[in-house]
Write a protein that binds this ligand. Structure first.
Ligand SMILES: [Zn+2]
Length: 216
């Protein structure tokens, strides 16, 4: 199984790309958010139990635990998958080093890191135009995915809101924080000769196809 790391700023469309790849490749998409939620809900291994305990206390799950959880998930993944797409981990060089060491114990390594490149001004537009439905969680965009009636959820009729995170004054800061953390991560994978840059602007199917080419 090829281990792929997907990197991209908030608004880069990682989730959309992953959802498409899952349909076209024998690929398992592992987002760390989902992984943590599942571990907390099931608590079916000693590691998952400790995650559940940490999250119940409202504490942050350590880098090491998240990394171990990722590797545990890798071991559980069926042979039907050819690719293991890691989304949301590693987020910085320290986590990348931990993941590398942990994988090496099992004779594995990251095969490719894909960087979904999107210019800052495009990211700002994508993020600040987002609207979500607090009732059902559906997502919309004021330009690219308009609801049928402005400000109203198509699915449940709820009133759409802008998450505080997506307010223009917070978007610039989120992107700055992301960039500061990730710059060194790009260098880390570039040094290992496994970084692939993919243009994240354009039609979603074309972007997913370019990512598929990069990881094959
Ligand atoms: Zn709704």
């Amino acid at each position: 199984m090829k281990i792929i790391v997907i990197l991209g700023a908030p608004g880069s469309g990682k989730g959309t790309v992953a959802a498409r790849l899952v349909k076209t490749l024998p690929l398992k998409h592992v987002s760390t958010g989902d992984l943590l939620r599942a571990a907390a809900a099931n608590a079916d291994t000693p590691l998952a139990k400790s995650v559940a305990e940490t999250m119940r206390k409202g504490e942050l799950v350590s880098d090491e635990i998240v990394g171990s959880l990722v590797v545990e998930q890798l071991g559980k993944s069926g042979a039907e998958y050819e690719y293991f797409l890691l989304d949301g981990y590693p987020r910085n060089e320290k986590q990348a080093a931990f993941l590398e060491a942990k994988l090496a114990e099992g004779g594995r390594k990251v095969a490719k890191a894909v960087w979904l490149e999107v210019p800052q001004e495009v990211l700002v537009g994508r993020l600040s135009g987002r609207r979500t439905c607090p009732k059902c969680g559906a997502g919309f965009h004021v330009e690219t995915m308009k609801p049928k009636v402005e400000g109203v959820c198509d699915a449940c009729g709820g009133a759409l809101v802008q998450r505080p995170d997506d307010a223009p004054e917070n978007v610039a800061n989120r992107l700055k924080v992301y960039e500061a953390k990730t710059a060194s991560l790009l260098g880390w994978y570039e040094q290992r000769g496994i970084l692939a840059r993919v243009n994240g602007v354009g039609e979603a199917d074309a972007i997913a196809a370019a990512v598929a080419d990069a990881i094959k």
